[in-house]
Design a protein around this ligand. Structure first.
Ligand code: G3P
Length: 215
């Protein structure tokens, strides 16, 4: 499973990249609004740090506007992946962009049929938002299981990018279900490596090693 980081914060991206296991970045207008650097410059910098796909979202809601914005965003760097919302106009835009070889990430996906339409349109990634489904008392990970099964049934190439991950269990389930990608906030990435028994065990080994040296 590929690991993407879900942030537009350059320091967090650099720190995650230094782990050597970062495969890409996802941003959205809300994440970009938290940063002070102008968004084009910021995206340019992010694309220099991470070789893999870097998602940047359109804000137009009509197909032609989405395509114009996508072409403009794609100029920033070769690894820009354009986020397009899962609406009717978005499906048309994804189809047209796939014909132009511009990578897309269909965002705000909340149903298996939205995901099927994205795959039929030739989307590069689909982003089901699991945390936001949990927020409204639907089990978000059920959607991932459905989308993975549907894509496998028909051999679609679109990758399932689990988004709106809020905790390590979302990532565990994503891996068990065979999702291609999990995009996680920096906090969750660090939680994945942390285990109290590792810390306690390491302290004990180091304390005992002190005794060996003294003896
Ligand atoms: O990048 C989109 C997505 O991951 C948003 O997450 O926590 O705002 O639902 P969240």
């Amino acid at each position: 499973m590929k690991f993407f980081i879900d942030t537009a914060n350059l320091d967090e991206i650099k720190e995650a990249a230094a782990l050597g296991i970062l495969d890409g970045v996802t941003t959205n207008p809300s994440l970009l609004s938290k940063e002070s650097m102008p968004y084009r410059k910021l995206l340019t910098e992010i694309c220099k740090v991470v070789e893999g796909p870097v998602s940047a979202e359109v804000v137009a809601t009509d197909t032609e506007g989405m395509i114009r914005e996508a072409e403009d965003l794609a100029e920033i760097a070769g690894n820009i992946t354009v986020k397009i919302p899962c609406i009717k106009e978005g499906i048309k835009a994804i189809k047209r962009l796939s014909e132009k070889d511009i990578m897309t990430n269909a965002t705000l996906c909340f149903s298996p049929m939205q995901a099927l339409m994205v795959a039929k349109a030739g989307g590069t990634f689909v982003s089901p938002f699991v945390g936001r489904l949990d927020d409204v008392s639907h089990v978000g990970m059920d959607l991932i299981r459905q989308v993975v099964t549907i894509y496998e049934n028909y051999g679609f190439k679109t990758e399932v990018l689990v988004a709106s991950i809020r905790n390590p269990l979302h990532a565990v389930d994503a891996a068990l279900m065979g999702a291609h990608v999990a995009t996680m906030p920096f906090k969750v990435i660090t939680q994945l490596i942390k285990h109290p028994l590792t810390d306690v065990g390491l302290k004990r080994f180091l304390d005992d090693w002190e005794k060996v040296n003294k003896g």
